[in-house]
Design a protein around this ligand. Structure first.
Ligand SMILES: Nc1nc2c(ncn2[C@@H]2O[C@H](COP(=O)(O)OP(=O)(O)O)[C@@H](O)[C@H]2O)c(=O)[nH]1
Ligand SMILES: [Mg+2]
Length: 127
């Protein structure tokens, strides 16, 4: 991918340990990519996975899941359909897919939502 990582602002908005284990135990990590359409979710997912797993510039209507191991820790990345303020996405389907996305992470994972926000978008003028 040509774009710089620096151009993509990813905000870690929520992290919840589904369960904790014994001291020193490293649970699997689940990362769920959220954002509006074309915010860079799939590109960010590919960077995290270090492989071109998710299709860039292609509309995602159903969640897509990929697994990778980072420093011995299993990581699951879930790409989700993006929402649109301009009627370009089906809100009911987007909501349903985002709702089921945690269930696509392995049991006992630590699940985090990663919000993709394109730098320079109108959104940044609001924060
Ligand atoms: N300039 C720039 N473009 C990016 C970046 N990340 C993704 N893109 C481009 O933004 C477009 C949408 O990216 P994509 O990953 O498909 O977004 P998604 O719809 O949220 O999955 C593509 O043309 C990407 O090449 C970035 O960090 N900087
Ligand atoms: Mg995508």
């Amino acid at each position: 991918m040509k774009q710089s990582k620096k151009e993509l602002l990813t905000i870690h908005i929520h992290s919840k340990a589904i369960t904790s284990g014994p001291v020193g135990f490293k649970p699997a990590l689940g990362l769920i990519l959220l954002g509006r359409r074309k915010s860079g979710k799939s590109s960010a997912g590919n960077m995290i996975l270090d492989k071109e797993e998710f299709q860039v510039d292609k509309k995602t209507t159903r969640c897509s899941v990929s697994h990778v191991e980072v420093s011995g820790r299993p990581v699951t990345v879930v790409d989700t359909p993006g929402w649109s303020l301009f009627g370009l996405a089906n809100p009911k389907q987007v909501r349903m897919e985002i709702s089921r996305s945690p269930s696509l992470c392995p049991v006992r994972s630590k699940v985090s939502f990663v919000l993709a926000v394109p730098v320079g978008s109108h959104f940044l003028n609001l924060i």
